[in-house]
Design a protein around this ligand. Structure first.
Ligand SMILES: C[S@@+](CC[C@H](N)C(=O)[O-])C[C@H]1O[C@@H](n2cnc3c(N)ncnc32)[C@H](O)[C@@H]1O
Ligand SMILES: [Mg+2]
Length: 277
């Protein structure tokens, strides 16, 4: 009798331990899912990039048998009005805030880009890194009549999507999307594309190319006195060599605009640098 009672008590406490361990596991998973992961994704630079740019993108590509740029294009075709650039920009921002993050300059830094372009009113502009054409549309819609924006993209799949986004927005007459690596195309700007000098350059391609491509623009005589370079993502993912160069060179007057990595609360910003000649 005594032994039977002892066995029942031992079994009961084993169950209590087991159920407590399960409850603790569920609580831990819930905390991870509802608080730790969102906090890391919203506030931590590497957490955000790893989650959005690697884990979620690969998972959704597998699940949908599509790609992020194609999903973004579908959102534009479904929700934006043809010929209305603002509706294209809003459709992309809505998609990126509510469905899937993407590496566009985004709405928050986009408004800084808008003010720089509007203030400068450039006639000839260069964009390094088109991706899906979001910033291309943002810039092109603000250009004066007759102005020209050349945008470079070396990924043919991204370029194909960007062409459709740009023409959906109705700004194709102002934009020349050229496929290829910036390092090869910049030296061809004068002869092949008939460019004298650029008034405005938006740097938003791979971050290790910012400095060599700036030096290439200088060597090829493609920057007029007073030309503005605007560099995205100078903090996240970061462009330390470019920042050290542009802030210390007597040929530039440079200023940092603090903001956040597109569609997150991670610190990032734009560096605006005026070429003094
Ligand atoms: C951050 S995305 C550009 C985002 C775009 N500016 C926007 O805000 O909508 C960077 C793009 O640059 C392209 N890229 C990177 N390095 C490049 C290079 N050296 N030449 C041409 N394209 C490049 C990548 O394929 C990618 O599509
Ligand atoms: Mg960027």
């Amino acid at each position: 009798m005594h032994t039977y009672l002892e066995t029942a008590a031992a079994e009961t406490s084993m169950w209590v331990y087991f159920l407590s361990a399960c409850a603790a596991g569920v609580a831990l998973l819930y905390a991870l899912w509802s608080w730790l992961i969102p906090a890391a994704v919203q506030y931590n630079a590497w957490g955000a990039l790893l989650w959005h740019d690697v884990i979620v993108e690969r998972a959704l590509d597998l699940l949908t048998r599509s790609t992020r740029p194609k999903r973004l294009l579908r959102a534009v075709q479904k929700n934006a009005t043809r010929g209305d650039p603002l509706s294209v920009i809003s459709a992309i921002d809505h998609f990126c805030r509510h469905s899937e993050w993407a590496m566009n300059v985004g709405d928050e830094k986009g408004s800084i880009l808008d003010s720089v372009v509007s203030e400068l009113n450039p006639n000839t502009s260069l964009e390094l890194g088109t991706y899906c054409g979001y910033s291309t549309v943002r810039i092109a819609r603000l250009l004066p009549p007759g102005a020209r924006l050349i945008t470079l993209e070396f990924n043919p799949d991204y370029a194909a999507v960007a062409r459709q986004v740009i023409s959906w927005a109705g700004v194709q007459d102002k934009v020349e999307l050229v496929e290829g690596p910036s390092g090869d195309l910049i030296p061809q700007m004068k002869e092949r594309f008939g460019v004298e000098t650029f008034d405005f350059v938006f740097l938003d391609h791979w971050k290790d190319r910012y400095l060599p491509d700036t030096n290439l623009l200088e060597e090829c005589g493609l920057l007029r006195k007073g030309a503005v370079l605007l560099a995205d993502n100078v903090i996240c993912p970061g462009t330390p060599e470019y920042l050290a160069y542009i802030r210390n060179s007597p040929r530039y007057e440079s200023r940092y605009f603090q903001s956040h990595l597109e569609y997150t609360k991670v610190e990032d910003g734009l560096e605006k640098s005026v070429f003094l000649g």
